[in-house]
Design a protein around this ligand. Structure first.
Ligand code: NZQ
Ligand code: ZN
Length: 386
């Protein structure tokens, strides 16, 4: 096992009926900005629960944060928050609203020239202060409610970049599984697949004798394989939704990555498919991961064999066959969740991929746990996913 630091200060309020408790978590006298997305919270009753909990606070609303939140939109929130002297933020929504809020929180007091540098120069600019915030999660998927990362898109440059900083851990997150009953089927599927791939990114590398982390990862994947289809079939089952929700949070809150190598290439490639073609985040992962596993099955062999045996219970056949079967089962799982796993199914052609190939070439990024996923291999992965 590798050396590691582990720090996670987020208070989780889990369970039905917990939203009202946010009033005890927001400091008295705060000027609160309420951030949200396109309006689902007004239709499913979450907005009124949050507003009731914030009775007595001055609340400034900022709605309209879109999926794959945009810098251009978020900077409008930063302006409002600065002029209204906002000193606490409540983000109500999925990963996009929460990620957007992390950016707003860091950008409000940012002293550098251009807040975009928080992303473009992630890790190299100083972030000394961030406006504190809490979240009410409405879509289990990204783990943003319990981690310090955010992914932000910029329209003008067709970029999707991430940053992470300990100051943008939420102060608290409310996880009430009943608020997920209103999710459309495709968003439930997206969440389950996103969480599954988060686990894979922190597991399917090479063995370092991190027994607990491996078992946590395998337990999470088995749970997602079990409850994912149940969540589609029985949309109002509380226990199923509770298990989906907590699995998604646990999949990427820092615990699984302790002491192990991590990959994240599927995400990095997937982000480009979102900015160029507007595909949902989880859809991009469903397309890239099976193809990446095929490309990387040599380097990842030992872990893929462990994954085959412990997650998919594949016991018979040659080692090569077990590896192939594990990849097939993973792809079939995404398909069973209703997600198509080929670029052509979304009308994307080889010709259209060229700007993505060029971008990887220009950036010269080498991805993966061993930095062996070169721009050429990214090209092979995407061509094989057509
Ligand atoms: O905007 P509203 O009207 O609220 O509708 C949203 C949105 O259209 C809807 N929705 C959310 N909760 C709902 C609901 N509809 C009905 N009932 C509810 N309870 O769902 C749609 C999608 O929401 P979004 O927040 O975009 O989805 P998700 O949570 O999947 O977030 C995706 C974003 O997170 C980033 C992705 O790149 C993407 O930008 N990620 C963030 C990560 C992190 N911070 O650690 C890691 C992830 O890998 C990911 O990259
Ligand atoms: Zn993800």
């Amino acid at each position: 096992m590798k050396n590691f630091d582990f720090y996670n200060p987020v208070t989780i309020l889990f369970g039905e009926g917990r939203i009202g408790e946010i009033k005890n978590k927001v400091p008295n006298g705060s000027i609160v900005m309420l951030t949200y997305g396109g309006g689902s919270i007004k239709r499913n009753g979450v907005y009124s629960q949050v507003m009731a909990a914030l009775d007595g606070f001055k609340v400034i609303e900022f709605g309209g944060i879109e999926p794959n939140p945009r810098y251009e939109t978020l900077m409008k929130a930063v302006e409002v928050a600065r002029s209204e002297r906002v000193d606490f933020i409540i983000a109500v929504g999925g990963g996009s609203v929460i990620d957007g809020t992390k950016f707003i929180s860091a950008a409000i007091p940012f002293k550098g020239n251009d807040p975009w540098d928080i992303l473009a120069m992630a890790g190299k600019v100083e972030i000394n202060h961030a406006v504190p915030f809490g979240t009410v999660l409405t879509l289990p998927a990204t783990g943003s409610e319990m981690n310090m990362f955010a992914v932000i898109s910029r329209n003008s440059t067709t970029e999707k970049l991430s940053f992470g900083h300990p100051l943008v851990f939420p102060k608290f997150s409310v996880l009430d599984p009943t608020v997920t009953y209103s999710l459309p089927v495709n968003q439930i599927a997206n969440g389950v697949v996103d969480a599954f791939v988060h686990v894979i990114e922190q597991y399917l590398t090479y063995p370092v004798n991190a027994n607990i982390q491996d078992r946590w990862a395998e337990g999470l994947m088995q749970t997602l394989i079990e409850v994912g289809p149940q969540a589609l079939a029985n949309p109002m089952n509380y226990d199923v939704r509770a298990n989906v929700m907590w699995s998604c949070t646990m999949a990427v809150n820092g615990l699984l990555s302790t002491g192990v190598p991590t990959d994240w290439a599927t995400h990095t490639i997937g982000h480009e498919l979102t900015v160029f073609f507007g595909l949902d985040h989880a859809v991009t992962l469903s397309i890239v991961l099976p193809s990446l596993m095929r490309e990387m099955k040599g380097e990842k062999r030992l872990k893929v064999l462990q994954f085959a045996q412990r997650v998919w219970n594949i016991e018979v056949g040659t080692e090569d066959r077990k590896v192939d079967e594990a990849i097939e089962k993973t792809e079939s799982f995404f398909q069973a969740m209703g997600i198509k796993t080929r670029l052509s199914a979304y009308g994307i052609t080889e010709e259209q991929l060229k700007p993505i190939f060029d971008r990887f070439e220009e950036r010269g990024w080498k991805l993966g746990e061993m930095k062996t996923i070169t721009p050429d291999r990214v090209k092979s992965i995407l061509l094989a996913a057509l």
